[in-house]
Design a protein around this ligand. Structure first.
Ligand code: MN
Length: 232
């Protein structure tokens, strides 16, 4: 045990359906523009040569059901409903047919985004950290183990704000499939247990304000919810 200078932060962890133990989060990778209709609404073309990524600190993880403050520095705070992969085995330079074995389970996630800052950063060819690596912005529902969820196919993925439908698509609309994402990303990182991959959002992203209640789901997974509180 190290003699820390100050109290070390507690590692965020997610509940797992049917397990007493929790899943400790190590890293959060996010795929950009993985649904063609969302890329179009963002005014950009899909790069079909390779997926691209940004990251959120594991300490941005926030459990489903929370109320989070409206974050500072933005006038356009957006929801993005996503399928999250939770890895459970080491995977490095994996071929597509080896990649699936690394998945421990799946969860619903919200990639909450300061859209105005992300777009400003993008237009200046700067990193997206202020737009994406936002405190409380990786909202995560409990994990379902791979055997309980089954194959990623054409499950419905949807999100509502105050009960009104905002995003409604299917996992089959993902441009980069789950095995392609893991295979590609494992060419750059020693991926492994505790690593989450948020796989991108369908069309229909939009702003939320104080008092809004977000709900979402993916067929076969625990649903997700989030309430937007007052600005800090
Ligand atoms: Mn996203």
């Amino acid at each position: 045990m190290s003699d820390y200078l100050f109290e070390a932060p507690v590692i965020p962890a997610l509940p797992v359906r049917g397990e007493r133990s929790v899943y400790p989060v190590r890293r959060i990778f996010c795929v950009g523009r993985n649904y063609a209709a969302h890329a179009a609404e963002m005014g950009v073309e899909v790069d079909r040569e390779a997926p691209f990524y940004f990251t959120k600190s594991a300490f941005m993880a926030q459990p489903s059901g929370s109320t989070i403050p409206y974050p500072p520095g933005t006038q356009n705070f957006h929801y993005e409903m996503e399928l999250v992969l939770a890895l459970g085995k080491p995977v490095f330079k994996a071929k597509r047919d080896e990649a699936m074995a690394a998945i421990y389970g799946y969860a619903c996630g919200l990639d909450m985004t300061r859209r105005d800052l992300q777009i400003a950063e993008r237009s200046k060819q700067r990193p997206w950290d202020l737009g994406k690596d936002v405190e409380h912005s990786a909202v995560l529902a409990p994990i379902s183990k791979t055997a309980d969820f089954g194959a990623v196919a054409d499950q419905r993925i949807h999100l509502e704000v105050n009960g009104k439908s905002r995003q409604d698509s299917h996992l089959s609309d993902m441009i980069w499939k789950v095995d392609e994402i893991i295979s590609h990303l494992s060419g750059f990182y020693h991926l492994g247990p505790g690593d989450l991959i948020m796989t991108g959002t369908p069309a229909g992203v939009g702003p939320v304000v104080e008092g809004d209640v977000i709900t979402g789901g993916i067929d076969g997974l625990d649903p997700i919810g989030l309430t937007i509180g007052p600005a800090e």
